[in-house]
Design a protein around this ligand. Structure first.
Ligand code: 0RQ
Length: 495
């Protein structure tokens, strides 16, 4: 069948106020670009004409300035699921203009199929290619695209000529059956394939195609600083010691690594530590540092959900696409982050915390209990099921006025039951097998900034009895003192 060609504006004109829309992609990788921008422009025009216009956006993860950024600036997002990292959208979420459902990224597609969350009416997807029969080759992010296309009543397709059709072969696409018919996902290595290279959509649902030629627009990461570099070295040294102690098999285990500058520093340090053998990754986001390790031969394979690499790195990869097609597989997030596979492969999971408490609870999402930063993303999918679950963070923030280690986290994302290891620039706290009091001492000694060590010991001393030595009246003393005085060092734990 031949598809109707649409301009972005014609495509945007099809969207109604209040509609549920699913975007392809994961992070900025593979997210549609022209149509979301046109929907944002339409929202501005509607608002100027005095008419309400907001839509509900379901994605893979965070998106880009053309999608979340433009839509949030136009105040065009009513509900948003499951993850974001856009400054404009964050502002709308925290001011109550946008209702945000922060959820585990492996859950979104299946929960939508189960009916736990509303289904999308329109899928807006980016592809490298579409055949008349509806066979699509995705671009750099797999996200939730199979499910969104399956459930949507109609599909708008951006065919992005920036990405070669020869990307066919980099994806491994499948949609698990749902209970009671669910079957094991037979993946036993990151490099195995269980799905198809392309996804078949119903061509009669395609209301039009929009032609684009635009990169994902991902910039290079900042180079590491002394603190992130030290955190990276501490993680690498710890894994080296685990290997020597025989607690990690000699052939090593696949790595999952979160996003951001600390994750980049950790991967860089793993690459440099030659006592760690060459390794594979089974992760969510494949970022520049992974490709650098691949070029050096340190990372021998990476399975993930998106190729979130800088435009410069992607251009380099496209010049040697056959090599990278033999080294990279992109899967939908319900497979890349799947609990069954994370546990079977025995992943070493390394993610970043905003705040950690003395007993090993981790906050990855909120500032001071109420301000949303990004969301839990895939960190919970991996942390709960990993072979070894590591959280990293600098010991302090805001020039030392905030300690990342506090008596009680102001928001819980990962509980003490899921967290094995905490790493700051000062060292590595090993929480495995320890009771709460021993965990607290381990964290204070190994990870806490010297300015806060004595204070946190005083906090523990307030409660000589009880399994977990919390003093509810003082649990948020450090947070409240920061809010009152601008410095957590003013917290008073004297009895
Ligand atoms: O703010 O720069 O204004 O000073 O928090 O900043 O640089 O964005 O930090 O890139 O390392 O991201 C947890 C957010 C870390 C991320 C988080 C302030 C601090 C600074 C942090 P300033 P950056 P990073 C799978 C993995 C959840 C999702 C996840 C994340 C800013 O890693 O979103 O893991 N994780 N996904 O000053 C107040 C504190 C603070 C604080 C730091 N205790 N209180 N402010 N800051 N600690 C991948 C995906 O799911 C896609």
């Amino acid at each position: 069948m031949s598809y109707k060609e649409l301009t972005p504006e014609e495509a945007a004109a099809l969207i109604e106020h209040g509609e549920n829309i699913g975007f392809s992609g994961f992070t900025a990788a593979g997210v549609p670009k022209a149509v979301p921008r046109a929907i944002a422009a339409r929202a501005i025009a509607e608002h100027e004409a005095g008419r309400p216009f907001k839509v509900n956006i379901f994605t893979g993860a965070s998106t880009s300035a053309s999608a979340d950024g433009a839509l949030a600036e136009a105040d065009a997002v009513d509900c948003r699921t499951p993850y974001q990292s856009s400054p404009a959208l964050r502002k709308n979420i925290n001011s109550g203009r946008t209702r945000y459902n922060d959820m585990h990224l492996s859950h979104t597609a299946m929960y939508m199929r189960y009916g736990h969350i509303p289904a999308v009416k329109t899928a807006i997807i980016e592809v490298a290619d579409i055949t008349p029969e509806g066979e699509i080759t995705l671009t750099t992010g797999a996200g939730n695209t199979p499910t969104y296309c399956e459930l949507a009543e109609r599909i708008i397709v951006e065919v992005n000529a920036y990405h070669p059709k020869e990307l066919k072969g980099m994806h491994d696409l499948m949609m698990p059956l749902d209970p009671p018919n669910r079957q094991p996902i037979p993946l036993t290595k990151p490099s195995e394939r269980v799905g198809s290279l392309t996804w078949k959509i119903d061509p009669s649902k395609v209301v039009g195609i929009v032609r684009t030629n635009e990169p994902d627009g991902i910039g290079a990461f900042k180079p590491g600083d002394p603190i992130t570099d030290k955190i990276g070295e501490n993680v690498a040294k710890f894994l080296e010691e685990e290997l020597e102690a025989g607690r990690i098999p000699a052939s090593f285990l696949p790595i999952q690594s979160g996003v951001g500058n600390i994750a980049n520093a950790v991967l860089g340090a793993l690459g440099r530590n030659k006592k760690i053998p060459n390794f594979q990754m089974y992760t969510e986001v494949i970022q520049d540092s992974v490709i650098t390790l691949m070029k050096e031969g340190r990372c021998t394979f990476a399975g993930g959900c998106s190729l979130t690499v800088s435009d410069a790195m992607l251009a380099e990869m496209y010049k040697d696409l056959d090599f990278y097609k033999s080294k990279v597989i992109l899967r939908p997030q319900e497979i890349s982050n799947n609990a069954e596979i994370v546990r079977r492969l025995g992943l070493i999971c390394i993610n970043t915390a905003i705040e950690v408490d003395l007993f090993g609870q981790v906050n990855s999402t909120h500032f001071f209990g109420k301000q949303m930063m990004n969301g839990i993303g895939g960190s919970g999918d991996f942390a709960r099921n990993g072979y070894l679950t590591i959280f990293t963070c600098p010991s302090t923030a805001k020039g030392g006025a905030i300690s990342s280690i506090v008596p009680m986290v102001s928001h819980h994302d990962h509980t003490e039951h899921d967290v094995d290891i905490i790493v700051t620039e000062y060292g590595v706290a090993d929480l495995r097998g320890k009771c709460p009091r021993d965990r607290a001492e381990e964290i204070i000694t190994k990870c806490v900034h010297p300015d806060y060590q004595e204070k946190l010991r005083q906090y523990i001393a307030l409660t000589p009895q009880g399994h977990t030595p919390h003093c509810l009246a003082k649990a948020f003393e450090m947070h409240t003192k920061f809010q009152e005085t601008g410095d957590m060092r003013n917290a008073d734990f004297s009895a």
